[in-house]
Design a protein around this ligand. Sequence first.
Ligand SMILES: *[C@@H]1O[C@H](CO)[C@@H](O)[C@H](O)[C@H]1NC(C)=O
Ligand SMILES: *[C@@H]1O[C@H](CO)[C@@H](O)[C@H](O)[C@H]1NC(C)=O
Ligand SMILES: *[C@@H]1O[C@H](CO)[C@@H](O)[C@H](O)[C@H]1NC(C)=O
Ligand SMILES: *[C@@H]1O[C@H](CO)[C@@H](O)[C@H](O)[C@H]1NC(C)=O
Ligand SMILES: *[C@@H]1O[C@H](CO)[C@@H](O)[C@H](O)[C@H]1NC(C)=O
Length: 274
Amino acid sequence: MVSSQRRCPSIGATGAAVIGVCVVAVISMCIALAVCLTVNRNPPQDSAPKPAFETDGDLLEYLLNLGSIDRKDGLLVTWYHSANKKSELAASLKSDAMVLEADVNIEGHNTRNETDKPIMAHPPTIYSDNSFQEWLDVVLNSSSKGIKLDFKSIKAVGPSLDILLKKSSEVKLNRPLWLNADILMGPNVPINTAVNASLFLSLIQEKYPNCTLSLGWTTLYLFLFPNKTYTQKMIQKMHSIVGTLPQRVTFPVRAVMVRLAWPHFSWLLAQSDR
Ligand SMILES: *[C@@H]1O[C@H](CO)[C@@H](O)[C@H](O)[C@H]1NC(C)=O
Ligand SMILES: *[C@@H]1O[C@H](CO)[C@@H](O)[C@H](O)[C@H]1NC(C)=O
Ligand SMILES: *[C@@H]1O[C@H](CO)[C@@H](O)[C@H](O)[C@H]1NC(C)=O
Ligand SMILES: *[C@@H]1O[C@H](CO)[C@@H](O)[C@H](O)[C@H]1NC(C)=O
Ligand SMILES: *[C@@H]1O[C@H](CO)[C@@H](O)[C@H](O)[C@H]1NC(C)=O
């Protein structure tokens, strides 16, 4: 009895010691596992070989792969508008926006100073501290954000696509690329400032077809005429242009004018499963 009473605590102590060792082992296994997970998690983000994402790939699929969105819903995508000047680009890269939207024009557009150098500026601004070449280098070097380029003049398109092509022969762009222009006259615009559709599309087919096209109408919203919106003719004209294109196509629209023209847009979207 006495000996067993003496033994019990000692067995207890041994048990506790064993459990203690086990706990320590479990904790160190956890630490090891955590280290493994961390180690495994880091490389794919920058250096580990991973199949590059083609520039004509689906933006939602790309963002889903990155873990930026948890389902393929376009409303979850966040955009940084007008990431043009160096300071704006820097701010956009620091932001958590998933896609950079930037405007490309030609330096000194339509003045005697005009060059063939693509720059990042929204009209009426025609000069910039950021050339398209510099913009692209910085974006590709420092982020995995998607790219949407909005061309403000047909003159900027050829030189920009040449830069893209050269760059993509050196490094993988490895993200979705949208090429955007307003190619048709839309509601309320008095003069035609649209980018020439056939020239825009043929330059893209010739120089950089691996993209998603974003094709819109020039628009002006007049609050005195709240029910002036896209007409069936405008929408049909777009369809006659995009119907045979090989790329994915998206349509940027002026949100305030969409509801009244919804039957036309609904028809347009139903014409294709792309
Ligand atoms: C052309 O550039 C010069 C100097 O860069 C500037 O002074 C001049 O105003 C510009 N001309 C036009 C038409 O923009
Ligand atoms: C991009 O990164 C490369 C290698 O890290 C570096 O040599 C190059 O200068 C960087 N370019 C820019 C524009 O930051
Ligand atoms: C677009 O450019 C082509 C070739 O220069 C020209 O024939 C056509 O008329 C232009 N289209 C419009 C709508 O200006
Ligand atoms: C375009 O995409 C195809 C595959 O879809 C790829 O083989 C080709 O290298 C890409 N070209 C460029 C310039 O990215
Ligand atoms: C458009 O708006 C005007 C003025 O608000 C109104 O009188 C007219 O009935 C509207 N037309 C349509 C087709 O809704």
